[in-house]
Design a protein around this ligand. Structure first.
Ligand code: NAP
Length: 295
């Protein structure tokens, strides 16, 4: 068994680390805010640098590209004392271009970089059923795979090209948010027509309209439960990455651009920390009506 380190015990990281521990592994962990260690039965590193010095495989799950840069390459970053031959597996959703840069900088020190963003929400992290889309060297992924299986139901190698996992994640987010808009519009229509929302959801989720978003977030919308599995702030970050990729590749994406604008409007209303299913609030504002039970 390799010595493992895990950086970032947020909504996703804590589920992943907990499943690693439950499978009998003993990762060293580090999180910037100490309160997030609560309930995690593992040894704590003093810093990412300390963690890197003591780990052969370092898993990272933080927010955005600058955050990955800080915990890996910053003054107290993990890379400085990692041994040649070690592996970094980045589970954060960040830009493919930044990933290419990070991979090249890690390679200068003999450290392999696997970009391995995930999908499946907070529930997937907690239940160990995430879908991982990985880019980078297959050999490094294969070394990390047995540990990643503790929290994943599928791990697909997209390609050797650094950042190809992140690009696949951008595709994933296009599919997710346009579906979130469909769920929002469907529930708004059902509500305006006076249908019982839960009954309508039960009727359509087993057919061609069924989706993860509808079954997992639809009931939360009906209950007006805006607690985040995934926040609007993080979704805006992901859509910015997808729009940049689309722009770079010259691909028009009108649906994606529309949903991005709706999420920006919600951020401007101070709703960035709510769950991304609160997208319906943008439509409610336009329709001048609220869906589901009273707030
Ligand atoms: P989160 O709950 O906000 O946690 C973010 C984590 O990153 C925390 O541990 C935070 O530390 C750490 N962090 C952020 N900036 C940092 C910095 N500069 N230095 C050190 N630590 C830093 O977010 P999350 O939902 O777990 O998401 C983590 C990643 O997974 C994101 O890239 C997100 O897009 C992706 N993701 C999330 C979901 C989901 O459903 N939530 C699904 C798929 C992918 P502190 O505790 O100190 O703030």
């Amino acid at each position: 068994m390799a010595d493992l380190g895990f950086i970032g015990l947020g909504i996703m990281g804590r589920g992943m680390a907990s499943n690693l521990i439950a499978s009998g592994h003993r990762p060293l962990v580090w999180n910037r805010t100490p309160s997030r260690y609560e309930g995690i039965d593992a040894h704590r590193a003093d810093s990412p640098r300390d963690l890197g010095a003591r780990s052969e495989i370092v898993f990272v799950c933080v927010s955005d590209s600058p955050d990955v840069e800080e915990v890996v390459f910053g003054p107290q970053g993990a890379i400085h004392e990692m041994a040649p031959g070690a592996v970094i597996v980045d589970h954060s959703t960040i830009s493919p271009a930044a990933t290419q840069d990070f991979s090249a900088r890690a390679a200068e020190r003999g450290v392999a970089w696997v970009d391995a963003p995930v999908s499946g929400g907070s529930e997937g992290a907690e239940r160990g059923t995430l879908a991982v889309m990985a880019g980078g060297p297959a050999e490094a992924l294969e070394r990390a795979r047995p540990y990643m299986e503790a929290y994943s139901k599928s791990i697909v190698h997209i390609g050797e090209e650094p950042g190809s996992g992140q690009t696949a994640k951008a595709v994933n987010q296009v599919l997710v948010v346009i579906n979130a808009l469909a769920v929002s519009e469907g529930l708004l229509l059902a509500d305006a027509a006076g249908l019982d929302l839960q009954t309508t959801l039960s009727a359509v989720e087993g057919g061609a309209a069924g989706s993860w978003m509808l079954s997992n977030r639809g009931p939360q919308v009906i209950q007006r439960d805006w607690r985040p599995g995934f926040t609007i702030d993080l979704q805006v970050k992901d859509l910015r990455i997808a729009l940049e990729e689309a722009d770079r590749l010259g691909v028009p994406m009108p649906g994606l651009a529309l949903v991005f604008q709706l999420y920006k409007a919600l951020q401007n209303r101070g709703l960035g920390s709510e769950g991304n299913h609160a997208l319906i609030k943008a439509l409610e504002e336009m329709a001048d009506r609220k869906v589901g039970s009273a707030e």
